[in-house]
Every structure is written in structure tokens, then in C-alpha cells.
Design a binder for this molecule. Structure first.
Ligand code: BES
Ligand code: MN
Ligand code: ZN
Length: 525
């Protein structure tokens, strides 16, 4: 689970192209057949071969498209192959397309058995196109994309099974990465000073890999207990982190009956995990809360069988908190951060909570449980209340909270709600910069009507309409109005079994880690 070391090496070269030895040289081609100016560094012979293929339209240049050919004899280059890679329309290049390009480079090298490759970057890529508002340099984006693409969840593919599969599917889906080294060749007078920042990107993508690994674990492997164990291991590995786990007994003492009720149906008891990282002196504290339902069957309000297996991903909010803490601690960032994870398994049994139950939450509010499948808000309510006791300057929760959010936004953006407009805008910007995009939904007070209960203070469902919003309304009742708070519904973005983006392999996406890292970078450092 903590196996997140990086097998792909990425470096920057500012040397001379002809002296670089490796398997392949990648040259970017814009849509329409225009080659990147760096082509001129490859010598006459190669340039002529490339131009010939471009005029004969062997490649359109759409994003991710590629052709390759053997390096011509006596070209003066020491690489075996030249790869032309489509970059898409020059005007529409943005941060995300550079990440995708990094992913495509990884995919094509992996597929064609290229172990070492160099990408030629021209300095014009450092001039911001008009539509390119993000400030992340292109070399960082390409590295991020390649490292994100280098992730694979294969710990349960035994060796024999791997070989049998490989024999059957030939080169279609390899279980090992032949691709080992990527060199980002930046040529020109103003060579960038970004070598150090690649280390940052590497740590960031390893944090994403940790979040993906946790998310992808099946529920027979990852339950509240093993999740707490993982938190303890994280603190052992990274001494900057202090982990505390509240067991059932402690939860009862604290009156956290929301967490207890949701976890009550499982043999594995629920818990509340706290991970503290304090390296920011007297700077303000950021609290990040992640939903940690290790399996969501719905409980007594059982879900239909189809697709229920996906509910092993119902702890992806928690996974993001783990990933973020790893990144922050590894980079030794001078900030104060507390990660809080309520963990429970939502199962039906004779000890499970029932529809109609009324529970007294840690904050003192009474909640009528209409539907035991609306469990995320119950555990988060207690966790948010607990988070406030740390007196944070801001609280952000991440949760695979509602199917309604998936209906509203699909897989391309997380739903963002909250009680503080400036915090929300900061997260929107971080979303745009990081690639973990978020989109705001309104939290008008009128929506609160939908969660009024006849027998208790509030109920845990608000009907079909505005389901993502009424879930956030519920959470808002456990946060003081003066406490800046944002809620991010990642139900649609946390996992994707049909992903076709090369830097986002199928399964858990590790969403939230890059979003919160860029948010911290912009506003907490
Ligand atoms: N974990 C689910 C939400 C979910 C759905 C996450 C799809 C990822 C993909 C959540 O606990 C849930 O069951 N929500 C219910 C709430 C309803 C009963 C008010 C839902 O959205 O249907
Ligand atoms: Mn549920
Ligand atoms: Zn759930």
C-alpha cells in the first residue's frame, strides 16, 4: 500500500541534441503539420525526413497521435528512432493538454518498448499562449502527465497470471513498464531553472499514487482498522506526521453517534483518524476532512447489486487526505495541516442502524435517518464538528457523497459548495491550475427547507431534487457560519473504470491531492 516509489526517471537536459544517446527522440507536431522549432536542432537529414512525412500528411497532428521511423543513417544523432507526436491545435494547448501529452509519451514508449526517450521542447512553449492562464511551466506539466501515467494497480496479479495474460494479449496490455527514463530537452538561450521543481512534481505524483492505491484496494483488504493502520505507518515513515485514532469507545465518549451508527452494522468497528502535521510555526491551520467509507452497501437501505462493487471507492476522500499529507510531509512544507478521516463500513446486519432511527450527533443536533444509504453526511458531520475543535482558519472536506453530483457534473469536475466565497474562488483557481477541476453549486438557504424533519432537528435526505446541494446543506448545519468551510463532492471524479486519458489510468483517480496541493501552494505558503 505504501509502495509508491517512482520507477520512471525524468530529467531536464539543456545540452546538445546530437550527443544524447537513447532509444528515441520525440518531436512535437501541431495540428496542421507544423513542427516545433526545436526540430532544427536535429540536423538537416532528420529535418528533411520529418518534413517529407509532414508534407505527405502521414500525421495530422491531433493530440496523442504518433508515427515513428528509424533514424536515418549518418544523421549525426545517437538515437535509434524518431517519433513524431501530435500536440493538437496550437491555440488550444493548455495545462491539461500538456499533462495528456506527457501521458501519451509514456503510453507510446511503453507500448513500443522504448526504455529511454527525449522530448524536444522549444522555448516558444515557455511563452504563455493567450488561453494558457496557468503558471505551471510546460516541463513540469509533461513530467506530471508522464508520472501520473506510469501508475498501475497490479499487486493482485500474480506472476503466472501476468505471463499467461501477456502471452494471450501480446502487447495490448503489459503489466510492466519498459519505459524507464524520460529526458525533457529544453534548448535555447534562456534555459529554465526547473530541475528542483521536478522533485516537487515527483513527490506530488507519488502522493496521487498513494491515494490511487488506497482507493483501488478492495474492501476485504481495506477496512476502518487497516485504514487506521495505514495512517500509523504513514506517521512512522514520515516523522513530521502525528497520527491519533479514536476507537469505538472514544467515539462513544465524544458522542460521535453519527460515525457509530453508520459503522454499527459491520464486524469491523468504525474509527476516527487524525493526522497532524505542524511545521508552520504560528501560521494558520488548514483542516482537511475525507470521507472514509471503506465499503458502502447502503446498509439496511441496501443498494441494488449492479455496480455495488464500485462502492469500495467510497473512501477516496480519505485517500486524498492521506496522499496530501504524504506530499506535504515529504516536501517538508512550512505549513500547519490536520487531516481528519472518519472511517466506517456501511453494512446491513442486526446491529445496523435502521431507517427511522433518530441519532444525537456530536454537535448535539438530532438527526432522523430516512435512508441508511445517506451515510457519508452522518460520519462527516461528526468529523467536521471535531475538525472545528482544532480552530482551523479553513476546513475543506472531500467526499464521494452523492449520486446526484455524478448526474450533474459527470467525471470531469467535482462539485464545490461552501459558506465562504473567497475560499471557494481560491479552490476554483486551484482546480483550474491542478487539473482536478471543480465547479460551484449554490448553497442558497432556501434549500435547507428540504431537510426539515417532523420528528427531529433535521433528516439525512432531502429528496431527489438538488441532491448534491441538500447533502451539503446537511453538512453546513454542523459547521459554524463564521468558520470558513468548503465541501467538495468527488462522487463523479474519484474513480473511472472507463477512463481513456493516458495520465488517468482506469480505477481510482487520486483526485483531490493535486487540487489541495496547488491550493496550499498558492495560499498557504
Ligand atoms: N457513496 C454514495 C454516493 C456515490 C454514488 C458515490 C455514486 C460514488 C458514486 C452515497 O453514500 C450514497 O449512497 N448517496 C445516496 C444518497 C441518497 C440516499 C440521499 C445517493 O446519492 O443515492
Ligand atoms: Mn451511501
Ligand atoms: Zn457512500
Amino acid at each position: 500500500m505504501d509502495k509508491t516509489e517512482q520507477t520512471l526517471k525524468i530529467g531536464i537536459s539543456t545540452g546538445v541534441v546530437p550527443t544524447w544517446k537513447g532509444d528515441a527522440l520525440v518531436i512535437g507536431i501541431y495540428e496542421g503539420g507544423e513542427a516545433q522549432p526545436a526540430l532544427s536542432l536535429c540536423g538537416r537529414k532528420v529535418e528533411a525526413e520529418v518534413r517529407k512525412r509532414l508534407t505527405e500528411k502521414w500525421l495530422k497532428g491531433s493530440l496523442g497521435e504518433s508515427i515513428s521511423f528509424a533514424t536515418p543513417h549518418n544523421s549525426g544523432l545517437l538515437v535509434s528512432r524518431i517519433v513524431l507526436l501530435g500536440m493538437g491545435k496550437k491555440e488550444s494547448l493548455n495545462a491539461e493538454s500538456f499533462r495528456a501529452l506527457g501521458g501519451h509519451i509514456h503510453a507510446l514508449c511503453d507500448k513500443s518498448g522504448i526504455a529511454t526517450c527525449q522530448v524536444l521542447l522549444s522555448l516558444d512553449l515557455h511563452h504563455k499562449p493567450k488561453t494558457h492562464r496557468q503558471r505551471i511551466p510546460v516541463v513540469e506539466l509533461l513530467a506530471e502527465g508522464a508520472w501520473l501515467a506510469n501508475y498501475r494497480f497490479d499487486q493482485f496479479k500474480s506472476k503466472e497470471a501476468k505471463e499467461a495474460k501477456e502471452a494471450k494479449e501480446a502487447k495490448e496490455e503489459r503489466d510492466e513498464h519498459p519505459f524507464k527514463q524520460l529526458v525533457l530537452g529544453v534548448y535555447g538561450e534562456r534555459a529554465p531553472q526547473e530541475k528542483k521543481r521536478l522533485q516537487e512534481v515527483e513527490a506530488l505524483t507519488r502522493g496521487v499514487a498513494l491515494a490511487r492505491n488506497l482507493g483501488n484496494q478492495p474492501a476485504n483488504r481495506l477496512n476502518p482498522e487497516t485504514l487506521a493502520q495505514t495512517a500509523r505507518q504513514l506517521a512512522e515513515r514520515l516523522p513530521g506526521i502525528k497520527t491519533t485514532v479514536y476507537s469505538e469507545k472514544m467515539l462513544a465518549r465524544k458522542g460521535m453517534n453519527g460515525i457509530l451508527a453508520v459503522g454499527g452494522g459491520s464486524q469491523t468497528p468504525p474509527c476516527l483518524i487524525t493526522m497532524e502535521y505542524r511545521h508552520g510555526g504560528d501560521r494558520p491551520l488548514l483542516a482537511v476532512v475525507g470521507k472514509g467509507i471503506t465499503f458502502d452497501s447502503g446498509g439496511i437501505s441496501l443498494k441494488p447489486g449492479e455496480g455495488m462493487g464500485d462502492m469500495k471507492f467510497d473512501m477516496c476522500g480519505a485517500a486524498a487526505v492521506f496522499g496530501l499529507l504524504q506530499v506535504v510531509a515529504e516536501l517538508d512544507l512550512p505549513i500547519n495541516l490536520v487531516g481528519i478521516v472518519p472511517a466506517a463500513e456501511n453494512l446491513p446486519s442486526s446491529t445496523a442502524q435502521r431507517p427511522g432511527d433518530i441519532i444525537k450527533m456530536a454537535k448535539g443536533l438530532f438527526v432522523e435517518v430516512i435512508n441508511t444509504d445517506a451515510e457519508g453526511r452522518l460520519i462527516l458531520a461528526d468529523a467536521l464538528h471535531h475538525a472545528a475543535s482544532f480552530k482551523p482558519a479553513a476546513m475543506i472536506d472531500l467526499a464521494t457523497l452523492t449520486g446526484a453530483c455524478v448526474v450533474a457534473l459527470g467525471t470531469q469536475a467535482s462539485g464545490l459548495m461552501g459558506n465562504n466565497d473567497s475560499l471557494r474562488r481560491q479552490l476554483e483557481k486551484a482546480g483550474e491550475a491542478s487539473g482536478d477541476r471543480v465547479w460551484s453549486l449554490p448553497l442558497f438557504p432556501e434549500y435547507q427547507e428540504q431537510i426539515k424533519s417532523t420528528v427531529a432537528d433535521i433528516k439525512n435526505t432531502g429528496g431527489r431534487d438538488a441532491g448534491a446541494i441538500t447533502a451539503a446543506c446537511f453538512l453546513s448545519r454542523f459547521v459554524e457560519a463564521t468558520q470558513p468551510w468548503a465541501h467538495i463532492d468527488i462522487a463523479g471524479t474519484a474513480f473511472d473504470m472507463n477512463s481513456s486519458r493516458p495520465h488517468m489510468p482506469k480505477g481510482a483517480m487520486g483526485v483531490g491531492v493535486r487540487l489541495l496541493y496547488r491550493f496550499i501552494q498558492a495560499h498557504w505558503l
